[in-house]
Design a protein around this ligand. Sequence first.
Ligand code: ADP
Length: 268
Amino acid sequence: MLKSVSIAAKQPDLPFYAPVGSECEIFEHAYRNRLPVLLKGPTGCGKTRFVSYMAAQLGRPLYTVSCHDDLTAADLTGRYLLKGGDTVWVDGPLTRAVREGAICYLDEVVEARKDVTVVLHPVTDDRRTLPLERTGELLQAPPEFMLVASYNPGYQNVLKTLKPSTRQRFLAMEFGFPTLNTEASIVAHESGLPHERCLPLVRVAQALRGLKGQDIEEGASTRLVVYCATLIRDGVDYDTALRVALIEPLSDDPEIVNGLKRVAQIAL
Ligand code: ADP
């Protein structure tokens, strides 16, 4: 019989997170039933904030790993290190999360090297085990352990997609940008700029997002709108804040940048 997973009382210091759909409920179901979750969506749309919020909500420690193309299985599981003349085993973040019953979040998991999937497979199916070849241990994940991964399918790099054998071990949730009003509330909360002054900035971001895949690889993220509003709240004029926070980060091509400025002016 499955041991029940306890969900701790709501934490007083919860990070701010504005839900955009039923993602919180789905995540709780996944946690209770020990199912790993994959969050798909563009950069800066709230995936990392969501995981921090859910970890706090569920009362679990969170280990976050930003994956990159040099990340190996040993970076996740651990390695022997020399300490004062002795060789000691040091757990990696995935091992620590398994031992402690924590949430392990692999941000941009497609960036990691292929050997990483080898350690993910047994821990993401019903075995829920983590073999540590170097120490000879076979760890059994406690019910509270959960693996969460994210990736951005928008980069359209055919070499960097997850293999079906890996992705079909996860529930998958699509993250998009919130509605105008919700996003303006998020930006207002994060920047301190009043809601009504955030609305036009979100409108500009929405217009720029419409150009994704044509002239720019990615539209303006909520993160960039927060930066823009933060500058304005700090006294920077609208034009400058828009240019450095919402336009210039999107492209290096002067012609495209000019086009984006025109789109922004029309949307304002
Ligand atoms: P991702 O992990 O998707 O790249 P983040 O979670 O880091 O993006 O989000 C970037 C920023 O945008 C956050 O630091 C937060 O300020 C803001 N943000 C985006 N969506 C939300 C949301 N739904 N609730 C609260 N803040 C959000």
